[in-house]
Ligand binder design. Structure first.
Ligand SMILES: Nc1ncnc2c1ncn2[C@@H]1O[C@H](COP(=O)(O)OP(=O)(O)OP(=O)(O)O)[C@@H](O)[C@H]1O
Length: 521
């Protein structure tokens, strides 16, 4: 005897209902094309016949798109038998909420029209022409797979747009995301196409996104299709420190910031140079400059709330040269030096008469410094006029272990070095305001360049800042926990204080490896 088929009717005035009839058994899957099963309009999960008629009879495409909502299922055709199947049911959509349609169900009829042999697009047209109740006659899948879905949250490391992805089974069911977005993966049944929701979100319905494996595959294919470019970054910094440093050619700016204890002379790596150069450098501890979404298109994250007895999270400010990173850092420390501290840097230069090792700097020999570089003990380091400067992990930990909040400014390519289980850095990106606001707000400010200390800002400084910001954002946006547009300085300081409080006292998404350390982390 044939297995039973089911007629599903979805009504605008009542709950979805089902009746059982007889029909054919579904055939085994062959080659399929997914298409969004339905675009009929829904109001609170029910069909709205008025909207259906409007959408069918009139209005431009945009209006129609706006009125129509997704039914939440996609269909596919067995290319050999011509049978139409439900390809997937989108989590949270009408079909899912009704509990009546399941992936693998074979569709026999839509509103009395037999659909066998039709193209999926034709099936959709039949459905789109329907008003009010839409009736599906289906043969339910005999063995529904049991899925033990585990909750997975990820941070996207790349941008994705379903409309620009020819491989997506159904672009209408796809969900776009931008790097840095937090996604809740609600369904991983299909190893290639996951279902996800963007957080924070009020959207009931999930969207299709490529899985990690699929993205990696796509990125590998893209990478291989690119012309060969020699890559000379020495990621591990296991090279001879002297060779490494010679390659760096970094300059360091020194500012005497304050006479207060804990206020160090800032080690300023030359931002201009590092942002304008296309050569990758190896002056950071981790291979951050080579960080590639190829390795990890999604980063698994968990919600982390610092406990009162835990060390504070490191605050790391970054941004284009001249934007005001150091000014903001300095103001925060000035506000409360008992709470906020910078990390004392190491240097190979001789101490001046008034300087004391461990106060302004840790004064070390070149051999010791080289050794520290070799053992990856610096978050970042550089050379200026034959002298080496570096911020060590140990000096950051000293501040954190003293119960204070450590605030440092870093180059963007040192971000990965501070995103660790032990430092749990909260990354704040300081972004320049639009050009006209830069001109207005920086009228009485001074910039320090490679050649001048404290000269008035010029138009080219603003242009360079904008350009550097664009590059930083395109490469590192996914790592920023907070963004401050440094327009009015006073406002930015308030925003910084708020961000600092949030970082320490409110739950945040952090890499899962910080909470459940793995062998690699
Ligand atoms: N919002 C602001 N409005 C006006 N002036 C500002 C603002 N923010 C910073 N400045 C001024 O801009 C100048 C550059 O700031 P700062 O030294 O902090 O830059 P930076 O980002 O640390 O860059 P670099 O690393 O190249 O030194 C300083 O004179 C500072 O006082």
């Amino acid at each position: 005897m044939d297995p039973p088929s089911t007629s599903l009717s979805v009504s605008c005035r009542g709950s979805p209902r089902a009746t059982v009839k007889t029909g054919d058994a579904p055939s085994p899957n062959k080659k399929h094309t997914d298409v969004q099963a339905s675009k009929f309009p829904l109001t609170n999960g029910l069909l709205d016949p008025k909207d259906t008629s409007k959408a069918a009879k009139g209005g431009n495409t945009h209006q129609r798109k706006k009125r129509r909502k997704k039914a939440g299922a996609t269909i596919k055709r067995n290319e050999i038998t011509g049978e139409i199947f439900v390809a997937r049911v989108i989590c949270g959509g009408l079909a899912d909420r009704s509990g009546l349609l399941h992936a693998g169900d074979r569709i026999l009829e839509v509103n009395g029209f037999p659909v066998d042999g039709m193209e999926p697009e034709q099936v959709i047209q039949v459905q789109a022409r329907s008003q009010g109740t839409i009736m599906f006659k289906v043969v339910p899948i005999t063995e529904r797979p049991i899925h033990n879905q585990t909750m997975l949250y990820v941070r996207a490391m790349a941008d994705y747009s379903p409309q620009q992805d020819p491989a997506i089974p159904c672009a209408d069911a796809g969900m776009s995301f931008r790097k840095g977005d937090i996604l809740e993966i609600v369904d991983q049944t299909d190893s290639l196409w996951w279902q996800a929701k963007k957080l924070p979100s009020s959207m009931a319905c999930a969207g299709l996104i490529p899985s990690t494996n699929l993205l990696k595959r796509k990125q590998r294919e893209f990478w291989w299709s690119q012309p060969y470019q020699p890559h000379i970054c020495m990621q591990t910094c296991r090279c001879s420190p002297t060779l490494c440093l010679t390659l760096l050619k970094y300059r360091v700016y020194l500012y005497i910031l304050s006479k207060f204890t804990g206020f160090r002379r800032s080690m300023r790596l030359c931002r201009r140079r590092s942002h304008s150069t296309t050569q990758p450098s190896c002056h950071t501890r981790c291979p951050s400059s080579c960080y590639s979404a190829l390795n990890c298109p999604f980063e698994e994250v968990v919600r982390y709330q610092r406990l009162p007895q835990d060390a504070h999270r490191l605050l790391a400010l970054t941004g284009p040269s001249g934007v005001g990173v150091n000014q903001l850092r300095r103001r925060l420390i000035e506000m409360n030096p008992n709470i906020f501290r910078g990390a004392i840097p190491h240097t190979t230069r001789a101490p001046k008469a008034y300087e004391e090792s461990g106060r302004e700097y840790y004064f070390t020999s070149r051999e010791i410094f080289d050794n520290m570089v070799y053992n990856n003990r610096f978050l970042e380091y550089g050379e200026h006029k034959g002298t080496l400067y570096g911020t060590s992990i140990e000096s950051v930990k000293d501040v954190l272990n003293s119960g204070r909040i450590c605030i440092i400014d870093i180059e963007p390519n040192a971000i990965q070095a501070v995103r660790t289980h032990e430092l749990k850095a909260y990354i704040i990106y300081v972004k320049p305001p639009p050009l006209e606001r830069l001109r207005e707000t920086r009228q009485d400010s001074y910039i320090t360049t490679n050649y001048y200390v404290n000269r008035p800002f010029k138009e080219e400084d603003f242009q360079e800042m904008e350009e550097a910001a664009r590059k930083i954002e395109s490469q590192y946006w996914q790592f920023f926990d907070h963004v401050i547009v440094n327009d009015e300085l006073q406002d930015s300081c308030i925003q910084l204080l708020t961000a600092v409080r949030r970082a320490q006292d409110e739950p945040q998404w952090v890499p899962v490896s910080w909470i459940r350390p793995t062998a690699e982390s």
